[in-house]
Design a protein around this ligand. Structure first.
Ligand code: MN
Length: 752
């Protein structure tokens, strides 16, 4: 007995551990308490009435916020220099944020702020699942996550989280995220198009402890090096995030040393409630309550992909049924009821990624100059129905390329919000939909150095911005997911990609036409160089506009594919003949004329990777943004400038804008004729609807569209009732088409 008692004594250490939360609570108890207070009062942490610190000493309060925010920004600016990945170092695809012990964000740095809320989800997951007890949360510990079902967009966004302690109490978390250039998925890159299940999404880190005493555990470091095609970038990005988190922690410690722990604790509560209130007052001030709808679409043509299993070889059209509601008491509601089903591809999303995307849209619209933190999260309600693309709710589904759904659908969010801003008179804030950040020049294989490698070229973060009410959209400088578009230097990309740039220039006709046109896209012609093989995918819309413009503005152009294999390029160069450097007009193309080879020149703009080798050519076309207002109202001078700037091909000046170049009078006459023609050709809405109704009843639609409607009808009774009511269809109207993903969702729901 005595021996047993002795061993029990030795083991007592673990059970006697004191809770790490405030006032003797565990972190999980703190989270429960915080949620209880919010549910009860509608205010963050139950802070109703005056905010003591803010109103008692407003200057000190603002200084505190600025110091914390400054600490985060400088952590980002310093830490990114540790990285070698062009995505992180050149383009700044990283961000840092500070959280409360429960995981609510207090403040954030600049950068890829889509992740401020995803990391909140990840911290809350660890707190809620009692990580405090096992594996333990102690000073100096390091945690990581890249699981979108826990809190992320896709595996390529890797998070590092470090708890911040003051004496024996957890006072917060510092967290940072970087987007990896390759995540070791089934196909190369950071937005892999190949995975059809979670098991092909690459390195998998579902909220794990990976270090202690401020150092990463060696087993984790060594495992990481085996999980990706780009181990050096991976390792340095890990260090980047860890160093940034430690800088944030130090900044917080300095603030606490000078201001006292009680002030700090009060501050983090008040600043989130302050964020919530200012978000609501902005909503109240700038928008009109109501229901706004802007559905979005994008194609996924996988039937042609012979290497996929039969169940994944399906042509799909995604329907994002985006509805934004602004309530009378200034709550923002986002509803995806009626959205298409998840599927065997990598474009599925989780609620966490959807919340992240809301975030990055809000910071570019309503809360661009306020205290940005999780306060805004507490001011909105969202519905992402299980089984849809917005919430796949399937433990086996892939999210590798979640942006392929997020981008089109969130342009519906921007469009809806813009209508509301316009209705209230805030016309300078209006934005038409941005461009799809595509094509993704992405692949992997053997590099010009003869070593294995992979890339995702982030030139895609510079597509066209949406047209504005008073200005054209930003040309080749916008990405909806990162407010600081930067295409990086060509020389940097050439260092890591076995493809030379033959040319990079404006791509005519990519901008959506309108009174104000969308921002233009651009294009690069790349020559495979010193590589025996590098498998390259194509990724982007080719047949479907993802969003129309605003108030008569046209959508931005879709893309096309023009790649040539087994070329005679070097023979052309040898002869001293001119070789192509770009393709301003695909109908009159030097690339088609002057270089011979196996040519892919079509609308297959989303494909699995196919090998290219030295001498092959890849045309990478980046999309433009949508237009605003009637193109016939675009000033003559503006259209002439579009021609001189190569934003528009001359023959389209007439067909799109009714402009006769060089002749103002003829322009006026042509435009008058165009308006007349429109009147003559117009069909009464009643007639048009009758025709469309007949098509629905007769099933006169291509298979992917039938399937799309069937999925929406079967996933949402509300949407189905509205659809059938609008088109005056029978109560049991449906299409005869199988929707196996929905059947599986029902099974999963029944088991849960
Ligand atoms: Mn990412």
């Amino acid at each position: 007995m005595a021996l047993v008692d002795r061993t029990r004594e030795l083991e007592a250490l673990a059970s006697e551990r004191r809770p790490i939360g405030w006032d003797g609570l565990t972190a999980a108890e703190m989270l429960t308490e915080s949620e209880r207070r919010f549910a009860q009062t509608g205010s963050y942490y139950g802070l109703t009435g005056e905010l003591e610190l803010k109103s008692g000493d407003p200057i000190r309060y603002e200084k505190l916020f600025s110091r914390v925010r400054g600490g985060l920004v400088s952590a980002r600016e310093t830490a990114l220099n540790i990285s070698a990945s062009p995505i992180v170092k050149e383009i700044g695809e990283l961000c840092f944020a500070l959280y409360t012990p429960e995981g609510d964000s207090v403040a954030l740095s600049t950068g890829i702020i889509v992740h401020v809320h995803t990391m909140s989800d990840a911290i809350k997951h660890m707190v809620r699942n009692e990580y405090e007890e096992n594996p333990g949360i102690a000073p100096g510990d390091v945690f990581t996550n890249n699981d979108a079902m826990i809190g992320d967009v896709h595996n390529a966004d890797v998070q590092t989280m470090v708890p911040i302690f003051w004496e024996d109490e957890l006072v917060g978390w510092a967290a940072g995220v970087t987007h990896e250039i390759d995540i070791g998925a089934k196909t190369p890159g950071g937005v892999p198009v190949g995975p059809i299940s979670r098991f092909e999404d690459g390195i998998d880190l579902p909220a794990k402890k990976i270090g202690s005493r401020d150092r990463l555990w060696r087993d984790h470091v060594l495992a990481g090096q085996k999980g990706t095609r780009t181990p050096m970038y991976w390792t340095l990005d890990e260090r980047t995030r860890l160093a940034g988190c430690h800088m944030v922690r130090e900044a917080v410690e300095r603030v606490i040393l000078e201001e006292g722990i009680d002030t700090y604790k009060r501050f983090v509560r008040e600043v989130i409630e302050d964020g919530r209130r200012s978000f609501q007052s902005r909503l109240r001030e700038m928008t009109v309550p109501g229901r706004y709808r802007a559905p979005a679409f994008i194609e996924l043509p996988f039937a042609k992909e012979e290497q996929l299993p039969s169940y994944a070889r399906v042509d799909k059209l995604f329907h994002a049924s985006v509805e934004l509601r602004i309530t009378r008491d200034a709550v923002l509601e986002l509803d995806y009821d009626g959205t298409s089903a998840w599927g065997y591809h990598s474009a599925n999303c989780t609620p966490s990624s959807m919340q992240g995307a809301i975030w990055v849209q809000l910071t570019q619209t309503l809360i661009c100059n306020d205290k940005v933190n999780d306060g805004a999260y507490f001011g909105l309600r969202a519905n992402f129905p299980p089984g849809t693309l917005s919430n796949h709710a399937n433990p086996n589904a892939s999210t590798g390329n979640a942006w392929y759904f997020l981008i089109p659908s969130f342009m519906g969010f921007i469009k809806s919000l813009s209508r509301s801003l316009q209705a209230r008179g805030f016309v300078e804030e209006v934005l038409a939909p941005y461009g799809l950040t595509a094509n993704a020049f992405q692949g992997g294989g053997v590099t010009q150095y003869g070593t294995p490698g992979a890339t995702t070229n982030f030139g895609l973060s510079c597509v066209g911005g949406g047209a504005k009410m008073l200005l054209d959209g930003l040309d080749y400088g916008a990405a909806m997911w990162n407010p600081e578009g930067d295409m990086g230097d060509m020389e940097m990309w050439e260092l890591i990609e076995p493809f030379l740039y033959l040319g990079q220039r404006v791509k005519p006709n990519t901008a959506g036409p309108g009174r104000h046109r969308g921002g233009s896209g651009y294009e690069c012609l790349r020559l495979a160089w010193k590589t025996p093989f590098f498998e390259m995918q194509n990724l982007g819309n080719g047949r479907v506009f993802m969003q129309s413009g605003l108030w008569g503005g046209y959508p931005a152009a879709c893309g096309y594919r023009h790649n040539v294999r087994d070329t005679d390029f070097f023979a052309v160069v040898e002869r001293g003949d001119p070789y192509p450097v770009h393709e301003p007009d695909p109908a009159d193309s030097a690339l088609a004329r002057d270089v011979q080879g196996r040519r892919e020149f079509d609308l297959e703009t989303t494909t699995l990777p196919h090998a290219m080798r030295q001498g092959d050519l890849y045309l990478c076309m980046f999309r433009g943004g949508a237009g605003l207002g009637d193109p016939l109202e675009r000033p003559y001078e503006a259209v002439m400038e579009d021609l001189t700037g190569d934003f528009l091909l001359e023959r389209y000046a007439e067909s799109l804008y009714g402009v006769v170049p060089g002749n103002r009078e003829a322009t006026e006459a042509l435009r008058a004729r165009r308006r007349e023609e429109r009147g003559r050709e117009a069909v009464p809405v009643r007639e048009w609807m009758e025709g469309e109704r007949r098509r629905l009843l007769e099933g006169d639609l291509i298979e992917p569209i039938k399937r799309m409607y069937a999925e929406s009808l079967r996933l949402s009774e509300r949407w189905a009732a509205e659809f059938r009511g609008f088109w005056d269809l029978p109560d049991d109207f449906d299409f005869e088409v199988a929707t196996p993903e929905i059947d599986l969702t029902r099974q999963l729901e029944a088991q849960a």
